[in-house]
Design a protein around this ligand. Structure first.
Ligand code: FUL
Length: 446
């Protein structure tokens, strides 16, 4: 395809309703890592753990829900099964589950309690089901895919509406020393069948991994990426790039996935926004000696992820008794308070915005306030429902009659938040590079 036609098509690769909902309505949610690891003080169990050690005597999923709400999170994703294979529900397909935990005399169901608490508090509920299973005797054989599908079906059909299913990409050896070939096409078909409104996360999913576990979004964060990367996303929306067929070796951790230097070589483009995941502490599971990260680090991560065209999945691990650690509860409340305080009021609501086109792809948006005001944050959004276009922008402000540069950035996408600290009555956004005329849905000042 011609270079120019391809770029115009790239500018029109659009999210589906589910992806749009995640980016715009549910950009921040909690991850909850809970398993026998919580009791063995490990990060990865080997699957030989005695189910009797899993005994959350004071399990309080409503406390988790309240903590999530205090942080401003919109949902919770629970590790229904981690790599150790222990199921946090009453699975009909294994004994390595709550049936053999002393909790509620073997009748407990943590998935149920978490889903119910989410519903009660108006949160969305989702789950993580590790494909890598170090306990199942089927692992490494075709039967394992049946086993996995049966468990996935239990979770998709017994716990009400699911907003997000998390497929860990890890694929190690099982108890018989073999690795498994995961049948993702089958797994994904079950989601389409039972929970068609749910998004799913995977390295190659419709929500893709950002490529690190430290909460860092890419410098240029594109939701429009080569279909070779997100091959579980079947919604290819362009023809092949002008140099198609020669793209090799790209991975989630690359910082330039959606850049022209990649997409021109792709077989087609899909809309797959990144999810940024990290834990509130160094580990994914609870370890007594670990402390939550500082409020500054968490807030900066929020700004850089939700405000960096990704979703933010923040893990909070329950303690052995089944409650969140009070140190984490406190940090979540502080984070929520800081987010609410920072974005309480758009102080540009009574301002005036004017757009001037400089060329087909360059334009300047001038936002004029009735008087000089202190600005801490600028939030810019592209009309992401129509695609992602901006490749580079600059921000200027009026400093006592002189227009000065305030910031420079790459992509915008669903939301770009910039931390500034200026008194001014004029802000100018100059789009310096775009794949088509920029469609800016809003510029808000806080
Ligand atoms: C990784 C896993 O191996 C970690 O234990 C954790 O669950 C993280 C979110 O994903 O692949």
């Amino acid at each position: 395809m011609e270079f120019n036609d391809f770029i115009k098509q790239a500018a029109r690769v659009k999210p589906d309703e589910r992806q749009l909902r995640m980016l715009r309505e549910t950009p921040f949610y909690l991850f909850v890592h809970f398993s026998p690891n919580t009791y063995t003080d490990l990060e990865w169990g080997d699957g030989t753990e005695d189910p009797a050690i899993f005994n959350p005597t004071e399990l309080d999923c409503e406390q988790w829900a309240r903590a999530a709400i205090s942080a401003g999170a919109k949902g919770i994703i629970l590790t229904a099964k981690h790599h150790d294979g222990f199921c946090l529900w009453q699975s009909a397909y294994t004994e390595h589950c709550m049936k053999n935990s002393p909790y509620k005399n073997g009748e407990g169901d943590v998935v149920r309690e978490c889903a119910d608490a989410c519903r009660k508090y108006g949160l969305k509920f989702g789950f993580y089901l590790s494909p890598w299973d170090r306990n199942s005797k089927y692992y490494g054989t075709d039967e394992y895919n049946d086993y996995y599908c049966n468990q996935l079906t239990e979770l998709l059909t017994n716990y009400g509406e699911i907003f997000h299913v998390w497929f860990d990409g890890a694929c190690g050896e099982g108890p018989n020393g073999k690795k498994q070939v995961y049948d993702f096409d089958r797994y994904l078909a079950l989601i389409e069948k039972y929970q068609p409104q749910a998004t799913y996360f995977n390295d190659a999913g419709i929500i893709r991994w950002c490529g690190n576990e430290s909460g860092t979004a890419a410098h240029a964060q594109w939701a429009v990426v080569p279909s070779e990367l997100c091959f579980h996303n079947k919604n290819i929306q362009t023809g092949a790039g002008p140099f198609a067929g020669t793209l090799e070796g790209i991975y989630n951790s690359d910082g330039d996935l959606g850049a022209l230097s990649n997409i021109l070589y792709s077989k087609g483009l899909v809309f797959s926004p990144a999810e940024t995941d990290m834990s509130i502490r160094p580990g994914w599971f609870w370890h007594e000696q670990q402390q939550p990260h500082s409020l500054e680090r968490l807030f900066d991560t929020y700004l850089g992820t939700v405000g960096g065209n990704t979703t933010f999945n923040l893990n909070v691990p329950p303690m052995k008794n089944g409650r969140f650690d009070s140190r984490d509860v406190k940090r979540l409340a502080e984070l929520g308070e800081l987010i609410r305080k920072s974005f309480e009021k758009d102080i540009s609501a009574d301002g005036k915005i004017e757009e001037a086109a400089l060329s087909d792809t360059q334009s300047v948006f001038t936002l004029t306030l009735p008087e000089k005001r202190h600005i801490s944050f600028i939030e810019i959004a592209e009309r992401i429902s129509e695609g992602q276009r901006v490749e580079g922008f600059k921000l200027f402000f009026d400093d006592c009659g002189i227009i000065k540069q305030l910031a420079q950035g790459t992509t915008i996408g669903s939301r770009r938040i910039l931390k500034v600290d200026r008194d001014t009555d004029i802000i100018k956004l100059k789009i310096i590079s775009a794949r088509d005329r920029a469609d800016i849905e809003w510029i808000k000042l806080y």
